[in-house]
Design a protein around this ligand. Structure first.
Ligand code: M6R
Length: 590
């Protein structure tokens, strides 16, 4: 979702670095971009719809020491140049870039209109420069004016503000991430570290309710509410894989699917002590809740089955966006387990706040150390999948599933057994993902790519994987795909089946196999083309995608061919699987 970049210091290539910084945030998903820089005593800017990848920052400005930039994912107002950030006040002396949502922007707009302000965009963001201008008239101090404006905003947001007559960069956050990069020639401020990793790995984290003021030489952290000074530690972040490195693969999505040959084993090879500690916390909790969004949510839903089947332990799954409605069930002895690849998902952060307000403990399973969710948790487990850049989550999901299954085994004193099973599964996946297998899935994609509807069924842990299969196919190929619990078909969805409708059946060699096969028979009787994903063939399958028999880890192996299939459906339909329309990698708004 939206990306923020800012720099102030003694270097004169601030605008060039802003363009490059925004390029390294492209993976978050966006539809327009903009940069504002200080040139002499005024602010210049450039805003465009579409991609920044082909832009040369030198064409903007080579002589600026202060710049802010933004990639926008539209929320309030369509994808237009006017709605792109930075947003300005009327005389363009104040520029603001913004992530998140000012929930009270309508009220602020009407208040500012009565004071004579006019607005040129449909964004909530535009109130910020106008409001700052009002407070600047009152106080004569830009940073103070930003603080007073921030005190008026409701909702989750992060902003960067600059003024034509000032050499300072002012930033504030409540709910959306901002990280400061401490560079040799000045300070960077960005929504994610790849934006400045080419220049520094020394960071300082801005926390919720805090603001920062810097002129490139000095930096001051303070509390938005009180103005009181805050102190910050400098932290060295590890050298991560180059964000733009997709090796020989045509797309990040395919690379990340193939990364699963190693990433699952990395997720499993956790400290056993840590897994035991988590299992103990679940054992002692009076009610364990699992929340996540989208794909991570499907991992949580699968974990309900892991905990039930492997550990006979009741846990409750809720999509993070629904969790606050569960607050009556929470007490201080409850445990909330949140699962998130990015560690920045707004709905998850809100769920955490709900749990914390009841005194409950929060355990997070993330892929990004240092993310907002990691830092706001009582305890964090990292799945160690490595950077995931494609919008479609693939290797993060299997890492999450592996860790959750491992915890279920640990809960009943069978950690070693669970670990052995998962490492064997990882090795079978390594064998499975061979060129012949991939070619087979390419051919299957070719057979079904012209269909506009596709259904997937599963039972037990394969039911959440059916839902996940649908997400994967929808988001990259734009085919209308839906997942169902096999047993639900006869209660309605079967009416959708026509002659030749492709239906994927996710099966395992387990006690529910006869049930799911009988659901497949029902589909076949209505003319469906049955694609079985199963360790064994069956006469009901028109197409059989063989997967290893992985017992209670079957969900992990079954989802992988669907990821590959979704990828080839996208490519063969001429879509870019890494940058699906309307979607963002980090969903930092509610
Ligand atoms: O970063 P998170 O795991 O919290 O993200 C949650 C969802 O937004 C994410 O899984 C989304 O559903 C993916 N695009 C699915 O591939």
């Amino acid at each position: 979702m939206c990306g923020i970049f800012g720099f102030v210091g003694k270097r004169t290539d601030a605008a060039v670095m802003a363009v490059e910084g925004l390029k390294s945030l492209e993976y978050r998903g966006y539809d327009s971009w903009g940069v504002a820089w200080k040139e002499g005593d005024h602010l210049s800017h450039k805003k465009e719809i579409g991609k920044i990848s082909g832009v040369d920052g030198h064409s903007l400005c080579d002589v600026s020491s202060l710049a802010i930039g933004h990639t926008r994912w539209a929320t309030h107002g369509g994808v237009t140049r006017e709605n792109a950030h930075p947003q300005f006040n009327e005389d363009k002396t104040i520029a603001v870039v913004h992530n998140g949502i000012f929930e009270n922007y309508q009220q602020l707009r009407s208040e500012l209109r009565t004071k004579g302000h006019t607005f040129t965009s449909d964004t909530d963001t535009e109130v910020a420069p106008h409001l700052i201008e009002e407070y600047l008239k009152e106080t004569g101090d830009f940073a103070h004016a930003v603080r007073l404006a921030c005190k008026r905003f409701t909702g989750r947001y992060a902003i960067l503000a600059v003024h034509a007559a000032s050499e300072t960069l002012v930033a504030a956050r409540t709910g959306s991430p901002l990280i400061i990069g401490v560079g040799e020639g000045g300070y960077f401020i960005a929504s994610d570290t790849p934006a400045f990793q080419a220049h520094t790995r020394t960071v300082q984290y801005l926390d919720d309710g805090e603001m920062v003021i810097t002129n490139g030489k000095n930096i001051l952290f303070s509390d938005i509410e009180t103005g009181g000074e805050r102190t910050k530690r400098e932290i060295e972040i590890p050298v991560s894989e180059a964000p733009s490195d997709k090796g020989d693969f045509a797309h990040f999505m395919l690379k990340e699917i193939m990364d699963q040959k190693e990433s699952i084993a990395r997720a499993v090879n956790q400290s056993e002590q840590e897994i035991e500690t988590i299992a103990e916390a679940i054992r002692n909790a009076k009610g364990t809740f699992l929340v996540g969004c989208g794909t991570a949510g499907k991992a949580c839903m699968a974990a309900e089955y892991f905990f039930s089947v492997v550990a006979e332990h009741h846990v409750n799954f809720a999509p993070a966006s629904e969790f606050k409605l569960y607050h009556h069930f929470l007490k201080k002895e409850s445990l909330l387990i949140v699962v998130s690849q990015s560690g920045e998902t707004a709905d998850v952060l809100e769920a955490m706040q709900v749990a914390k307000s009841k005194g409950a403990k929060v355990l997070s399973i993330v892929n990004v150390k240092g993310s907002s969710i990691d830092r706001a948790s009582d305890y964090t487990l990292c799945i160690n999948a490595g950077p995931e850049r494609a919008v479609a989550s693939t290797k993060a999901l299997t890492g999450q599933l592996a860790v959750l299954l491992l915890i279920a085994y640990a809960l009943v004193g069978r950690l070693k057994e669970g670990k052995k099973l998962l490492l064997e599964t990882a090795s079978m996946i390594n064998d499975m993902l061979n060129p012949r297998y991939v070619e087979r899935l390419t051919q299957l994609a070719d057979r079904i790519k012209r269909h506009e509807n596709l259904y997937i069924i599963g039972k037990s842990w394969n039911y959440p994987m059916a839902l996940e299969s649908a997400i994967k196919i929808q988001e990259v190929s734009y085919i209308h795909a839906e997942g169902f619990a096999g047993g639900e078909l006869k209660h309605g969805p079967i009416a959708l089946i026509e002659d030749g409708t492709p239906c994927i059946v996710l099966a395992g060699r387990d006690e529910v196999m006869p049930d799911i096969l009988s659901n497949a028979v029902q589909l076949r009787a209505r003319g469906a083309l049955i694609i079985g994903v199963s360790p064994e063939p069956n006469e009901i399958f028109d197409e059989w995608i063989r997967v290893p028999d992985a017992a209670s880890a079957q969900a992990i192996v079954n989802i992988i061919p669907i990821q590959v299939l979704a990828y080839f459906l996208a490519v063969q339909r001429g879509k870019d699987p890494d940058m699906p329309r309307n979607l963002a990698k980090s969903v930092t708004v509610k």
